[in-house]
Design a protein around this ligand. Structure first.
Ligand SMILES: [Fe+2]
Length: 178
C-alpha cells in the first residue's frame, strides 16, 4: 500500500485521509506518555480530554473509509512522527515541571495546527469531488481541532505560562544565592 502512485484528486484525498488516520493513531500512543509527563491538574485533564477526542476522530475517519469502501491503513504520517519526536525531546530538556507543562502545550498546539491543515485540505478535496457527506464529517473534526487549540491557548495564557515564568524566577534566585 505504501508509495502508491497518485494520479488524481481522489488519490490525493485518500493519501491525505490515510495520513490523518495514522496521525491520530500515533497520538493515541503518545498521549498517555504526555499525561505522565504533565505536572498540573489542568494539563492532565486537557491531555485526557484530547485522548478521548482523538479516539472519536479516529472512529470518524474509519466511518469515512467505510463509506468510500477503502482501507484506512497504508500511510505513515512522517509529519506527526517528527512532531512527536520534537515533543518528547523538548519536554525532557525542561528541568522545571511548570516549564515542561508549557512545552507540552506548545507541542500539542503544533500537532493541532498540522492536523488543521490536513483536515482543511481533505475538506476542500472532498467538496471538489462532490462528497459533501465526507466534507461534513471532516468539518466536525476540524471544528474540534480548532476548539482544542483555543482551549490550549487559554490554559497556557491563564495558568501554565504565568507559572512557568515564576518557576524561572525562583530558579534564577536560587542560583544567585549560591
Ligand atoms: Fe486529532
Amino acid at each position: 500500500m505504501k508509495n502508491v502512485e497518485i494520479f488524481d484528486l481522489y488519490d490525493l484525498l485518500m493519501e491525505q485521509l490515510r495520513d490523518l488516520y495514522d496521525g491520530e493513531q500515533q497520538q493515541l500512543e503518545i498521549l498517555p506518555k504526555l499525561d505522565e509527563l504533565a505536572d498540573s491538574f489542568e494539563l492532565e485533564e486537557i491531555v485526557e480530554y484530547h485522548r478521548k477526542e482523538t479516539i472519536r476522530q479516529k472512529d470518524r475517519l474509519e466511518k469515512i473509509f467505510r463509506l468510500l469502501k477503502e482501507e484506512p491503513e497504508g500511510e505513515s504520517c512522517d509529519g506527526i512522527k517528527g512532531l512527536i519526536r520534537e515533543t518528547l525531546k523538548l519536554a525532557r530538556r525542561c528541568k522545571n515541571p511548570e516549564v515542561r507543562d508549557a512545552s507540552i502545550i506548545t507541542s500539542l498546539q503544533h500537532i493541532n495546527h498540522y492536523e488543521m491543515a490536513g483536515y482543511g485540505t481533505a475538506i476542500a478535496y472532498a467538496k471538489q469531488l462532490n462528497r459533501h457527506d465526507l466534507a461534513e464529517l471532516l468539518l466536525e473534526t476540524l471544528r474540534e481541532e480548532k476548539a482544542s487549540d483555543m482551549g490550549l491557548s487559554e490554559i497556557a495564557e491563564n495558568h501554565i505560562n504565568p507559572d512557568a515564568k515564576w518557576s524561572f524566577i525562583v530558579e534564577k534566585a536560587g542560583k544567585e544565592k549560591v
